[in-house]
Design a protein around this ligand. Structure first.
Ligand SMILES: *Cc1c(COP(=O)(O)O)cnc(C)c1O
Length: 452
């Protein structure tokens, strides 16, 4: 496929793709516009899109569209292509698997790669206790299964989720998710026995971690009762809710209370997992060892895969046949996961997340020093956010956020917004992005903010 304006061919992603921001048209260009018009006619209206392009290639730190525009990727397809889009290791492994078999269903005829993925997850997730894993297709499906497992293990039903939480779009995970628009509006009734507790949000609650935990625990205890609770489900750093980093001490105190009360502590590491935050899992930043860890997004470079990993006695409580699914742990996704894990382990990507962190945080804090509309800059590793406010009141400024994000995208920089109040821009670059593109992306952002 040749969509470039110069001599360089587009190879299958990876470093061969020219690492530059290049706008040949305004967005969308004519070829992309045609695809988007057909999208409007053929695809359900409920499926929105953040960037008005039709992608044809991606790799390193860019996404290329059908008109030959090359956009700087600060989103990684929502924290998925952390190891770089079409990572060459993944391309080779999946291509090889494709020639052998595409599917047998692991519940019919098991195969080794699923087992190797489980072994890797058991090895890499926090804690040195005996573990088991089970594979699924999506983050939401894995969260649902983590709750099923916790309920079977405890014989209890109640589940605690938090303010600003995001856990997916299926019925149970909509109930766990905090934000109405766009995730829940009109889609009820929602699953029962889900209760919401306050979370630590230092920029807004001004509480220490232990104080925020005490508040949450008191509320849970009074309103639900520890003896009724199967599981507490929490993102160690909240994703869609605004990249909210809890104050030091919040998670350990919550985890200790769960342990004391026989409650399964489930870390939803779907967005934070797999090198994204500069550690394998964000729980490590806070010194917590979850009973169950849910993973997806960064696990397989975009092939659909998700997992629940945790304490062997909890994981083994469902009866034989109680867990599974037709496609869960598909052999192509497993091949991709093993190659992606190889990339994290052998290509220096965890250290790269820390380098990216320093660049993002330093730059954004410099901007913040002269622009009080940038109320908070926070994050870990290559998971960094800027929260925009009205400087007079600290009130969320969603309109400013939307204008800045739209201006960045129009200039060929893919940024995503998030936050309960829609006033956060999140930075999730692939760890393969070259420094010059990261800096150029931030130049564009700074100029967009100055003009907004
Ligand atoms: C994206 C996300 C999910 C849902 O994952 P899907 O693969 O979209 O179902 C669940 N939890 C968190 C924290 C996420 O970021």
């Amino acid at each position: 496929m040749t969509v470039m304006d110069d001599d360089r061919p587009i190879l299958a992603g990876g470093p061969a793709l020219a690492q530059e921001r290049r706008l040949l048209t305004s967005l969308p260009g004519p070829r992309s516009r045609e695809v988007l018009e057909r999208k409007a006619a053929a695809v359900a209206a409920g499926v929105g899109h953040a960037v008005p392009i039709a992608a044809v290639a991606a790799g390193g730190g860019v996404v290329v569209d059908a008109d030959g525009n090359s956009l700087i990727d600060l989103g990684s397809g929502i924290a998925v292509t952390t190891a770089g889009n079409a990572n060459p290791r993944v391309v080779a492994a999946v291509t090889e698997q494709l020639t052998r078999f595409t599917h047998t269903c692991f519940m019919v005829s098991p195969y080794e790669s699923y087992v190797v993925v489980a072994e890797a997850l058991n090895r890499l997730t926090p804690g040195d206790h005996a573990k088991r894993s089970v594979l699924f297709n999506s983050g939401a499906e894995a969260v649902e299964n983590a709750v099923k497992i916790a309920r079977k293990h405890t014989g209890r039903q109640a589940v605690i989720a938090f303010e600003h939480a995001y856990h997916g779009r299926t019925n149970l995970t909509m109930a766990l998710t905090a934000k109405n628009m766009p995730y829940k509006h009109g889609f009820g009734p929602f699953a029962g026995e889900v209760y919401r507790a306050p979370v630590s949000y230092p920029f807004r609650d001004h509480l220490t971690g232990p104080d925020a935990a005490a508040l949450a625990i008191a509320q849970i205890d009074k309103q639900v009762g520890a003896d009724n609770i199967a599981a507490v489900v929490i993102e160690p750093i909240q994703g869609e809710g605004g990249f909210i980093v809890p104050a030091e001490g919040f998670l350990p105190q919550l985890a200790a209370w769960c342990r004391d009360n026989g409650i399964v502590f489930i870390a939803d590491e779907v967005q934070t997992g797999f090198a994204r935050t500069g550690r394998w899992f964000a729980s490590e930043h806070f010194g917590v060892v979850p009973d169950l860890v849910v993973t997806a997004k960064g696990i397989a470079d975009g092939l659909p895969l998700a997992a629940v990993t945790g304490r062997a006695d909890i994981m083994d409580s469902p009866h034989v046949g109680g867990l599974g699914g037709t496609y869960g742990g598909n052999p192509l996704a497993c091949a991709a996961a093993l190659a992606t894990i190889d990339a994290y382990e052998h290509d220096g990507l965890l250290a790269r997340a820390d380098e990216i962190s320093t660049r993002l945080l330093d730059r954004l804090r410099r901007v913040q020093a002269s622009d009080p509309r940038l109320g908070d800059v926070r994050g870990r590793g290559a998971m960094v956010a800027a929260e925009f406010v009205d400087p007079a009141t600290n009130a969320p400024d969603a309109a400013l956020t939307a204008r800045v994000a739209a201006a960045c995208i129009a200039q060929g920089v893919i940024v995503l917004t998030c936050g309960t109040y829609g006033n956060v821009i999140r930075f999730l670059p692939p760890l393969t992005i070259p420094d010059h593109l990261l800096e150029e992306g931030l130049d564009v952002l700074e100029a967009a903010l100055a003009q907004a």
